[in-house]
Design a protein around this ligand. Structure first.
Ligand SMILES: Cc1cc2nc3c(=O)[nH]c(=O)nc-3n(C[C@H](O)[C@H](O)[C@H](O)COP(=O)(O)OP(=O)(O)OC[C@H]3O[C@@H](n4cnc5c(N)ncnc54)[C@H](O)[C@@H]3O)c2cc1C
Length: 514
């Protein structure tokens, strides 16, 4: 006898929990299995971009997350480079975390540590119907024409059970055992450095002066890396990507080799820039900075999401955020197919839409690593820099679930997306703290100007929008319409008048029906 679930999610960290939460929000239960006893124990991801915070707003977690962020971080930190905290400021990469965001989004980017965010996601996922089982490992996974059978081992009792699911999501991280089982290879720039993160206590307040404290890169002859300090400047972590003369070589430097607490304390004091501040080392974590993507994001009924599908160096904060975009793209498609509202071919569009963007994002994270961490090595193998706002709000997707999209264009400055099919549906303010984005998340939404015909096919919510700037933002006239998918992406648009059949045909095509 098998346990049964519509969707099995292997890995209950950032992306697995987000997937369970979004499926639950769409009324589809899932089983999330995680071999660790709880959520993340390390801070890791801290910089959350608009794609993530807009999702959090749509599921009602914006305020909780912003309050949790404010307890640890200054909401307007920037990203700078210094010789050391006591030394000179060398560069400003981002003046202020939310510079340029106003008017483009109803929410903001936040700094919040992954070990603080994950319990919030987990609680919401469970509230919405996901079952999360910790200390459970997926040890085998097989699939046939109708579903997936996974063997799950309870790591406390050693007991094994099988679970039968219609689909599975592999959100099992960088070393993804599921990806290995499926024989999916990784491509890209390989291992960039064998890095360490030193978690510490040290009162750096006197050195911070009026410098804001989002991310502080350290560039000096002895080491390269970055600090993330809490709001008070007294605890935080230092990531070290390379040390000494190795900074300028191409070798994947092993920073952590033979590391002791004394050596870590000495490195930390070098980065602080003075031996006068007492330091206490809390923990040293070893990890590899990589810039790679999986050659495929799907094998049959199993979908790769998050670090299982792409691994980036932390520069720019693309790791977790890109995984959350995967989850957002996949959840509504799986939900629609499981509920019988869409044909299985809709699931083909996950890889078609996310794979090129995953590759683009890996390259952009690599460009940030090359320019911010090891500029001496040159940037010949790095793609030209694309600004953060474009990467967050201006990505363009193309697939059978985008009708009338333009193939080949992968990104646009956000103000130029203008409701083009395949792009994020723009934010238009609908009064005090209300946005067009608040209309999306659960169903297909047809947006039309006030006064237009409000009829639509079954299953489509219609909103007639009076707000100023709406037609310009969506690139339509007073007779036009934009059909927005549950993930907030424009699926079809008519700039001017259209036949009802045209809309019905577009909807059916997106849903892969018939
Ligand atoms: C120093 C540092 C700073 C970072 N900063 C940022 C940042 O600012 N912004 C950002 O977006 N990202 C950042 N990242 C990246 C971010 O931490 C990762 O991208 C993110 O954790 C990926 O989430 P995930 O759920 O895909 O994978 P993971 O977090 O790796 O989780 C995978 C989970 O799967 C579980 N698992 C694996 N195999 C099995 C199995 N067989 N059965 C059951 N469970 C299994 C694992 O135990 C693990 O909990 C940073 C990373 C580091 C190291």
């Amino acid at each position: 006898m098998h346990d049964e679930t519509p969707v099995l999610i292997v890995g209950g960290s950032l992306v697995g929990l987000t997937s369970g939460l979004l499926l639950g929000d769409l009324g589809v239960p899932s089983l999330v299995v995680e071999r660790h006893s709880g959520t993340a124990i390390h801070a890791r991801a801290g910089h959350f971009q608009l794609g993530t915070t807009e999702m959090l707003r749509q599921v009602g977690l914006e305020r909780t997350v912003r309050e949790a962020s404010a307890r640890t971080y200054h909401p307007t930190g920037g990203i700078i480079a210094v010789e050391s905290l006591a030394g000179e400021q060398l560069a400003t990469y981002v003046q202020e975390l939310n510079e340029g965001v106003e008017g483009l989004s109803p929410t903001v980017r936040v700094f919040i540590n992954q070990d603080v965010l994950e319990p919030i996601l987990r609680e919401k996922a469970v509230e919405l119907g996901a079952t999360v089982r910790n200390r459970v490992e997926a040890t085998a996974l097989e699939q046939d024409d109708d579903g997936v059978t996974a063997t799950l081992r309870d790591l406390e009792s050693g007991e094994e059970r099988t679970v039968r699911a219609r689909y599975a999501i592999a959100a099992d991280g960088n070393r993804s055992p599921t990806r290995a089982r499926l024989g999916i290879a990784m491509e890209g720039h390989g291992v960039l450095s064998r890095s360490i993160t030193i978690y510490f206590r040290a009162d750096c307040t006197p050195l911070l002066k009026d410098r804001n404290q989002g991310v502080i890169y350290v560039h000096n002859p002895e080491l390269r890396g970055f600090f993330r300090l809490d709001r008070a400047g007294k605890t935080g972590f230092l990531v070290i990507n390379s040390v000494g003369a190795d900074v300028t070589t191409d070798a994947a430097v092993n920073v952590g080799e033979g590391i002791t607490e004394e050596r870590a304390a000495a490195m930390l004091q070098t980065a602080i820039g003075t031996p006068d501040i007492p330091v206490e080392i809390l923990q040293i974590v070893h990890w590899r900075a990589e810039a790679n993507y999986a050659t495929r994001m799907r094998a049959g009924r199993v979908f790769l999401a998050g670090d299982a599908a792409h691994v980036v160096p932390p520069n720019g904060g693309y790791g977790g955020n890109t995984g959350i975009l995967d989850a957002r793209n996949l959840a509504w498609k799986l939900a629609a197919v499981v509920k019988g509202e869409a044909g299985p071919a809709l699931l083909d569009t996950y890889e078609a839409e996310r794979h090129p963007l995953s590759k683009l994002t890996v390259e952009q994270a690599y460009t940030r690593y090359a320019t911010r961490v090891v500029p001496e090595r040159g940037t010949d193998d790095a793609e030209p820099f694309i600004d953060d706002l474009t990467m967050e709000l201006g990505l363009v997707m193309s697939s059978a679930a985008v009708i009338g999209g333009e193939d080949g264009v992968r990104h646009l400055p956000p103000p130029d997306t203008r409701g083009r099919p395949g792009t994020r549906a723009p934010h238009v303010a609908l009064g005090r703290d209300r946005s067009t984005l608040d209309l999306f998340g659960r169903a297909f939404v047809l947006l039309r100007p006030a006064g237009a015909d409000g009829s639509a096919p079954t299953g489509v919510d219609v909103h007639l929008i009076e707000a100023e700037g709406f037609t310009e933002a969506y690139g339509i006239t007073r007779d036009g319409a934009a059909l927005v998918r549950p993930d907030g992406v424009v699926g079809w648009r008519s700039e001017g008048a259209f036949e009802r059949d045209e809309l019905a045909a577009a909807l059916a095509a997106i849903r892969a029906q018939g």
